[in-house]
Design a protein. Structure first.
Length: 202
């Protein structure tokens, strides 16, 4: 029996089982698989996962992806697939104001996965400030920003890491604890219930 307060097991933090669940998959090819998030934080929430293995292991962090010689090419492929996932699964919604695409700067589950999420943030699974801030603060790395920061060069990955302070985990974690505010109008909110009620007005 799992003790109260004990840390989740490695298998609990792994997406491998969901990646192989045909009911969870919305897209799969030789390089990527896209699955529905088991605990969606919005009406539409998917995870796009590279299948690439290096020395028998899948990519585990954004930094690891960015340090690859083909990082820009990979990010562009992921953007094309994200557009396809949204077009095929999210009704009339499109990338931009209605759908966010990007990475959590620190991965909470393995392997590396890119978030494709609608910006309504209406979900019973969105339970606390860290959940919300992980998508609406600088903790969230928007895909287009990462692509642009490469400057058109596959070798620009380290520059991207430096620009977004991805090696400064202390600073990144601080974004999760910042005050709650609406991501659409910047109105400050005192707690999650008031935030959720406010979001209904948008």
């Amino acid at each position: 029996m799992k003790r109260l307060g004990s840390k989740p097991s490695a298998s609990f933090l792994s997406l491998e089982k969901a990646m192989n669940d045909s009911d969870a998959q919305v897209l799969k090819n030789d390089e990527f698989v896209c699955i529905k998030d088991k605990y969606p934080k919005a009406i539409y929430h998917f995870l796009l996962i590279p299948l690439l293995k290096v020395n028998g292991k899948r990519l585990s962090s954004v930094q690891e992806l960015l340090k690859r010689d083909d990082s820009l090419e990979m990010l562009k492929k992921m953007r094309d697939l994200a557009i396809r996932v949204v077009n095929e699964n999210c009704g009339q919604k499109r990338l931009g104001a209605e759908m966010s695409v990007g990475f959590h700067s620190i991965q909470s589950m393995q392997p590396l996965h890119m978030q494709i999420i609608s910006t309504d943030f209406r979900s019973a699974c969105l339970k606390n400030k860290k959940h919300f801030n992980s998508f609406t603060s600088k903790y969230f790395l928007h895909l287009d920003d990462l692509i642009e920061a490469h400057g058109g060069e596959n070798s620009g990955g380290q520059r991207v890491i430096n620009k977004f302070d991805l090696d400064n985990t202390t600073k990144l974690k601080e974004y999760l604890n910042q005050d709650l505010k609406c991501h659409k109008c910047a109105a400050k909110q005192s707690n999650m219930p008031t935030l959720k009620k406010h979001l209904e007005s948008h």
